[in-house]
Design a protein around this ligand. Structure first.
Ligand code: FAD
Length: 307
């Protein structure tokens, strides 16, 4: 019986025969839990095969979809397109390709959109991208909403945007940030995916504010299973993500023991996901960071919750 998130083989056959869309907007927000995973592309050709193997291993877990991030400056965009296309063709998974714009020219962005279209990738997470440390950006785009408006004109892509339950680091305050999110959604987002968070109450609070502000598209909750103490401290400093005391205790106690940290990080993420689903947040995206064993463990922990 397939009641929950997964896109079964028959559905995929139908999709391949052109009978149904494989757009994320048709998979999430239907009142049933979905589990999806994220991978990042290689930086060089030398590691391409390793990343591809890891991505295909995660695809075997039958996720609702898989996302592939985009290198900050756009220099490795070809790998994003290639891995997304491999996931679709060899992994039989609905693929979501990230595209950033602030460090790209309009010409470059449109070349990537053309490639995605040619490879049959129907889902794009449209982002501004971080401003590089030297502040040097191209002049064609300032915000993700500008990219989203352009992608809308490029055909029938399903478009996602990023959102920040704790507010984006550059934002003056959360009110301003949510108004900019509304503008972004109105530019053409079918869904938004959150930055990672470690306290579910922060997400519930954000969802309340978003709905109050009239943002009604599905919100996909981004969950990071932390397996490396130093890495997470660095990421949180950069993104402004708060670490609750309960989570800090895990880092302090298990941070120097990689195997224990991994087990504790997976357990913490699992608990977060179960609480989210219990409270009606059904679309869960796991930042699996090219670790099939982490993705597999989470999948197993939810085997009866997400069939
Ligand atoms: P925007 O939506 O443009 O927002 C950026 C800032 O500008 C915010 O502070 C916003 O409040 C403000 N703003 C927006 N509109 C206006 C306006 N009209 N006037 C004034 N201010 C405005 N980075 C990568 O390089 N590659 C990736 O693959 C990637 N994937 C990500 C996936 C997710 C789910 C998330 C949450 C982030 C991801 N990032 C990625 C990081 C992202 O690129 C950065 O967080 C970036 O700083 C902001 O991108 P954005 O698309 O949210 O920008």
């Amino acid at each position: 019986m397939i009641e929950y998130c997964i896109v079964d083989r028959k559905t995929r056959d139908q999709a391949e025969n052109g009978e149904i869309d494989m757009k994320i907007r048709d998979i999430i927000g239907k009142g049933k839990p979905t589990l999806s995973f994220e991978v990042f592309p290689p930086k060089t050709q030398e590691t391409y095969q390793t990343v591809k193997d890891a991505a295909l291993e995660i695809a075997k877990l039958n996720p609702a979809f898989m996302s592939v991030t985009y290198g900050a400056g756009g220099g490795t965009s070809q790998y994003t397109v290639d891995i997304a296309s491999t996931l679709k063709e060899q992994g039989n998974v609905v693929a979501l390709a990230h595209v950033t714009c602030v460090s790209s020219t309009r010409e470059k962005v449109h070349q990537v959109l053309k490639e995605l279209k040619e490879r049959g990738i129907e889902n794009i997470l449209a982002l501004r991208g971080d401003i590089p440390a030297d502040g040097k950006v191209e002049q064609d785009y300032r915000y993700a909403s500008e990219l989203i408006r352009e992608i809308r004109k490029e055909g029938d892509f399903c478009i996602g945007g990023a959102c920040y339950p704790e507010g984006h680091v550059e934002s003056e305050n959360k009110t301003e940030d949510i108004l900019h999110l509304k503008e972004k959604v109105e530019a053409g987002c079918d869904f938004v995916t959150t930055q990672m968070f470690f306290d579910n109450n922060i997400l519930y609070n954000f969802l309340y504010r978003a709905r109050e502000c009239g943002i009604t598209v599905p919100v996909v909750a981004g969950i990071m299973p932390v397996t490396n103490k130093n890495q997470i401290k660095r990421i949180c400093q950069m993104s402004g993500t708060q670490l609750p005391a309960r989570f800090k205790a895990l880092l302090d106690r298990f941070g120097e023991n990689p195997a224990a940290m991994k087990q504790a990080g997976i357990a913490y993420a699992t608990e977060q996901i179960i609480d989210l689903i219990a409270n009606g947040v059904d679309a869960i995206h796991v930042y699996s960071m090219n670790h099939p064993e982490v993705a597999k463990q989470i999948r197993e922990n939810l085997s009866e919750i997400i069939e």
